[in-house]
Ligand binder design. Structure first.
Ligand SMILES: [Zn+2]
Length: 303
C-alpha cells in the first residue's frame, strides 16, 4: 500500500475472547448448557495478555463473545480502558454455518448491544466463530452491515477441514457489491496456494521461525498488513483438560501451550502491531467515524 514503506508495515493484532470450553472443536464433549458450571479462566488470561501488550506498548483488537461480556464486564472494560479496540465475536459462539438468517441476526445484535453498553463506544468489527463465513453463507455479511458493523474478519482464504474459502481474496475487499469490508486473516501465497499465516494452531505447532518468515514475506512481497489472531486459552497451559475428545482435536488444542507466551513476546518484538481500526484506517475512516462510502468509490485498489 502506498502509505507504507517496506520496513514500516504495521500489522493487525487480534484476540478472540472466548474460553477453552467454548472452542468449536471441543463442542461435542462440552454441552452448551454446562458452560456456566465450568471453571472460567478468562479473567486470569486477559490480565496476562493486557500486561504483555502493555510491556510492548502494543494496541490490539479484541473480538469478544457477548457471553463473556455479560458475565465478566470488568474484565472487558479493562480492555477498553487500556486503549484497545473492542469488537464482536458474536454472542454464543455457534458457527454461522449452523445458524439461519434470523438466528444469526439475533446473535450479532445481542453481542453488539452488550459490548456497546459496556464500552460506551460503537462496535465496528465482527469475526465469525471458526471463520465460518464463506461461499455458502455470504448473506451473513448483509446482516452484519444492516446491524451496524463496518468490517468483518471472518473469511479465511485457505483450504481447511473445518473452514475456509480458498478462492477468496487475500487482501481487504468487499465480498458483496457495496457491502461490508472484509479484512481476512493473513495467508502466505506460495506456489499458487494460500497457506495459513495468521496464528491459531499453526503458530503453536510450527517453529516460530516459520511464522516469522511468512509474516516477513507478506510485509516485503505483498506489502500489506497481516491480520494475526490468538485466543486467551492458548497462553494457559494449566487449563482443565477436557476428557473424551478425539486425538486430532486434543493435539490441535493442547500442542505447545506452554510455549505460546514466549512466542508471542518474540512476535511483538519482531513486528510492528496495531488495532484493526487504525491499521486499516485508510479503508475504514478514522476511529469512531464511519468512512463515507458509496458505489464504485468504495472499491479498494488491489496492490
Ligand atoms: Zn472463537
Amino acid at each position: 500500500m502506498a502509505s507504507h514503506g517496506t520496513h514500516s508495515v504495521r500489522n493487525a493484532l487480534t484476540v478472540d475472547v472466548e474460553d477453552y470450553f467454548q472452542v468449536a472443536a471441543l463442542a461435542p464433549q462440552i454441552p452448551r448448557d454446562t458452560w456456566d458450571s465450568r471453571e472460567c479462566r478468562i479473567e486470569r488470561n486477559l490480565d496476562r495478555i493486557l500486561a504483555l501488550f502493555d510491556r510492548f506498548g502494543v494496541s490490539a483488537t479484541f473480538f469478544t463473545l457477548g457471553w463473556i461480556a455479560e458475565r465478566y464486564p470488568h474484565a472487558v472494560r479493562r480492555i477498553v480502558e487500556a486503549g484497545h479496540e473492542l469488537a464482536s465475536h458474536g454472542y454464543g459462539h455457534q458457527r454461522v454455518t449452523e445458524l439461519d438468517a434470523k438466528a444469526f441476526r439475533a446473535d450479532v445484535e445481542r453481542a453488539r448491544s452488550l459490548l456497546e453498553d459496556l464500552s460506551g463506544q460503537p462496535i465496528r468489527g465482527y469475526r465469525a466463530p471458526s471463520f465460518s463465513i464463506g461461499r455458502s453463507n455470504l448473506w451473513a455479511l448483509e446482516i452484519l452491515a444492516e446491524t451496524g458493523h463496518q468490517y468483518s474478519s471472518s473469511i479465511y482464504p485457505i483450504r481447511h477441514d473445518h473452514y475456509g474459502m480458498h478462492e477468496a481474496p487475500r487482501e481487504p475487499h468487499y465480498p458483496l457489491e457495496g457491502g461490508i469490508l472484509e479484512l481476512p486473516p493473513a495467508t502466505l501465497r506460495l506456489r499458487g496456494r494460500n497457506l495459513p499465516a495468521a496464528g491459531g494452531g499453526y503458530f503453536r505447532l510450527l517453529p516460530y521461525a516459520m511464522s516469522r518468515r511468512a509474516l516477513r514475506r507478506i510485509e516485503q512481497v505483498d506489502r500489506m498488513p497481516a491480520v494475526f489472531y490468538f485466543h486467551p486459552w492458548e497462553i494457559d497451559p494449566d487449563q482443565p483438560r477436557v476428557p473424551g475428545i478425539s486425538a486430532k482435536s486434543r493435539f490441535r488444542h493442547y500442542v505447545n501451550l506452554h510455549r505460546m507466551e514466549s512466542r508471542l513476546e518474540r512476535l511483538l518484538q519482531d513486528f510492528s502491531w496495531g488495532r484493526m481500526d487504525t491499521v486499516f484506517a485508510d479503508h475504514l475512516g478514522p476511529t469512531g467515524m464511519p468512512a463515507a462510502r458509496s458505489g464504485e468509490s468504495s472499491r479498494i485498489p488491489v496492490t
